[in-house]
Design a protein around this ligand. Structure first.
Ligand SMILES: [Zn+2]
Length: 126
């Protein structure tokens, strides 16, 4: 199977970019919230600025999560690909052959193909 460690790194880089580009907005909008709360007579402007501050904070948090968990997310997203034919992406789980039935490509034995010789179909009928 191809080395896919680059995907975890790419997700982490995207997270870094998201967090870095929103940090200034988080600080700025929360400062505006604080300032408006101290001086405003209009509560609707405080509400609007608060929603902006919450939105930027959520965006910043998503960036932090992508930075911290990029490798885990990549592994989770790619988990399903290990049980597919590397040539045509046909689902090979449960197959007993070493050849893809869809395209005929050879399949690694540990990539979702069962051995086929270990059937222990003892009678379980009562
Ligand atoms: Zn195939």
């Amino acid at each position: 199977m191809a080395d896919r460690s680059w995907l975890g790194l790419a997700i982490r880089v995207v997270g870094l970019l998201v967090a870095a580009t929103t940090l200034a907005w988080v600080v700025s909008t929360w400062a505006q919230v604080w300032h408006t709360k101290q001086h405003a007579t209009n509560s609707s402007s405080l509400l609007a600025i608060s929603f902006s501050a919450i939105g930027y904070t959520v965006q910043f948090a998503i960036g932090l999560v992508l930075m911290a968990k990029g490798d885990v997310l990549a592994k989770r997203w790619l988990r399903g690909l290990d049980a597919r034919c590397p040539t045509c992406l046909y689902d090979i789980r449960g197959l007993t052959t070493a050849v893809c039935p869809e395209c005929g490509a050879p399949i690694k034995p540990n990539a979702g193909v069962s051995s086929g010789t270990s059937s222990q179909g003892g009678s379980s009928a009562v």
